[in-house]
Design a protein around this ligand. Structure first.
Ligand SMILES: [Zn+2]
Length: 438
C-alpha cells in the first residue's frame, strides 16, 4: 500500500515537473542546485566521488572527469554508496538469471545485469525508493494523464521483471509476452487481452502491424510504445499504417529512464532527473553522445557518465506540449555502430552514421525488405538482404552517399541472410573492424 502511494506521489510530481517551469533559465538553475547538493551527499558516502569532490569541489562538478561503464565497473566497490561489493553483487545477479527469480536484494538493494553487448558487462544497483521513483516517472511520461482508467498493458520483453509487478494492481494489469515464443500464438493472446497499452521492440511492432485487423487491437486510450531498439522512420510508417497509431518511444537504459515521446510526438529528455551535456560528434553539430548526470540516483551514482549512444539533435524549437524539457530528434544507435571509411584523399577517416547507411539501403531495395550492413575492414561493407534483390542499385546509393561525405566508396560484398531471433538485440548497421571496438 505504502509502495503504491509512493509511486502515485512520484507520478503526480513527475507530471507537474514536466510542464511546471516558466522557462529554461528557471529549470537549469534548479537543476544546477540539485546537482551540487546531490553530489555533495554522494561524495560523503562514495570514496570514488569523495576524492573528486575533495580535489575539485561540487561547484565545479562540470570539470570532473567523464566516466563510463568500464570505469564504473573497475571502481564498483568505491563507487556505490550502499557498501555493496562487486563479487557479491555478481554472484547474486548470476543466481537471479539462473533461477529467473529477481526478488532477492542485498541490504535492500536490487542488482541488475546489463546485457554486455558492447563488451563490458554492467551491474546496476537500485534501492526500493529509487525503483518507486522510476515507476512513478515512467507512468507519468507514458500514460499522459490516464492513470485513473483501467489499464491492460501488454509488454514484449526479453525477460520478465519484478519492476513491473511493483506497479501492477487490479486496475492496472501487466501481461508479459515472451519474445522467445512465436508471434502467431502471441497474437491470439493479444486479441483476447485487448490491451490499452502495447510496448514492444520496433521489429516486433512492425510484424504485429501486418496481422489482420491490427488497427482494432488496441482499446482506448490506446498507447503504443516502441522500446529497446532504435525506431527507424520507415518502420515507424509501417507501424502507423498497421495500427493506425503513431508509436511513442521510451529511451530507457540500464543507466536510467532518460527520455520519452510527448503527446506532440517529440522526444524530451527527463530533465527533472538528469542533466545532459553534449559531446558533439560532427562539425555541423547534428549528432552527439550524451554525458549524463543523474541528480536523483544515489545508490549507484551516475555523474558525468558517457553513454555509448549517438543522439540526433533537433532544431531546438519550442514544443507545443508546453514542456521546456529539451527535445531531440532521434536515438540513432550505439557509438560503435558507426561505420568508418577513408577520406577521398586518404588523409583521414570519415564516420558514416548508421542512419545514413539505413537511408541509402532503403532507397535501393524494395519496400519492407530487411537487411544488415556490417563492416569487417576499412574498405569493405558486407550486405545481407532478406530477399533476393539486385546489388547494383545499392552500390549506386552507397557511392552517392560516399561522394556527399567525401569518403572513398567501400567494396560491397553480398553475404547470406540469417534472420535474427526476435529476442536478439537488433543492430542492423554494425562496425566490426577489430581495432575500432573499445
Ligand atoms: Zn513536447
Amino acid at each position: 500500500m505504502i509502495e503504491r502511494l509512493s509511486i502515485l506521489w512520484h507520478y503526480f510530481a513527475a507530471r507537474r515537473a514536466f510542464t511546471g517551469w516558466a522557462d529554461r533559465t528557471e529549470l537549469t538553475a534548479w537543476q544546477e542546485r540539485q546537482a551540487r547538493r546531490h553530489l555533495e551527499r554522494v561524495a560523503d558516502r562514495s570514496p570514488y566521488f569523495g576524492k573528486l569532490r575533495d580535489h575539485l569541489g561540487t561547484d565545479h562538478w562540470r570539470d570532473w572527469p567523464t566516466t563510463n561503464k568500464a570505469e564504473m565497473m573497475t571502481h564498483f566497490d568505491d563507487w556505490n554508496t550502499a557498501g555493496v561489493r562487486l563479487d557479491e553483487a555478481f554472484q547474486m545477479a548470476i543466481e537471479a538469471e539462473r533461477t529467473r527469480d529477481f526478488t532477492p536484494t542485498l541490504q535492500g538493494v536490487t542488482v541488475g545485469l546489463s546485457s554486455g553487448t558492447s563488451g563490458t558487462r554492467g551491474l546496476f544497483l537500485a534501492c526500493a525508493a529509487e525503483r518507486r521513483l522510476w515507476a512513478g516517472t515512467l507512468l507519468a511520461r507514458v500514460l499522459r494523464g490516464t492513470l485513473l482508467r483501467e489499464h491492460r498493458a501488454a509488454l514484449f520483453l526479453r525477460a520478465d521483471s519484478p519492476l513491473y509487478q511493483t506497479i501492477g494492481s487490479k486496475r492496472f494489469r501487466f501481461e508479459f509476452f515472451d519474445l522467445m515464443q512465436p508471434l502467431e500464438d502471441q497474437w491470439l493472446r493479444l486479441q483476447a487481452l485487448r490491451p490499452t497499452i502495447l510496448a514492444a521492440p520496433p521489429g516486433v511492432l512492425k510484424r504485429l502491424a501486418t496481422f489482420p485487423n491490427a488497427d482494432r487491437l488496441l482499446a482506448p486510450p490506446a498507447i503504443l510504445l516502441s522500446v529497446a531498439d532504435v525506431l527507424e522512420d520507415s518502420e515507424r510508417e509501417q507501424i502507423k499504417q498497421g495500427f493506425q497509431f503513431d508509436p511513442g518511444q521510451i529511451y530507457q537504459a540500464t543507466e536510467g529512464f532518460l527520455g520519452a515521446t510527448c503527446p506532440h510526438g517529440r522526444l524530451h529528455w527527463n530533465e527533472d532527473a538528469v542533466i545532459i551535456e553534449k559531446e558533439w560528434l560532427d562539425a555541423a553539430r547534428t549528432r552527439f553522445t550524451p554525458i549524463i548526470t543523474d541528480f536523483r540516483r544515489f545508490t549507484q551514482p551516475i555523474a558525468r557518465y558517457r553513454l555509448n549512444d549517438v543522439i540526433i539533435a533537433d532544431d531546438g524549437a519550442a514544443c507545443p506540449c508546453g514542456s521546456v524539457f529539451e527535445t531531440f530528434a532521434a536515438i540513432e544507435g550505439r557509438c560503435d555502430d558507426a561505420l568508418q571509411l577513408p577520406a577521398l584523399d586518404r588523409s583521414a577517416v570519415v564516420t558514416v552514421f548508421p542512419d545514413f547507411v539505413r537511408r541509402a539501403i532503403i532507397l535501393a531495395v524494395p519496400a519492407g525488405m530487411d537487411y544488415t550492413v556490417t563492416q569487417p575492414s576499412l574498405s569493405e561493407w558486407c550486405l545481407a538482404l532478406s530477399e533476393d534483390a539486385p546489388l547494383e542499385p545499392v552500390q549506386r546509393e552507397v557511392k552517392d552517399l560516399c561522394l556527399r561525405l567525401g569518403a572513398s566508396p567501400p567494396t560491397l560484398t553480398r553475404v547470406p541472410w540469417t534472420p535474427a531471433a526476435l529476442h536478439a538485440k537488433r543492430r542492423r548497421v554494425r562496425c566490426e573492424i577489430p581495432s575500432s571496438s573499445p
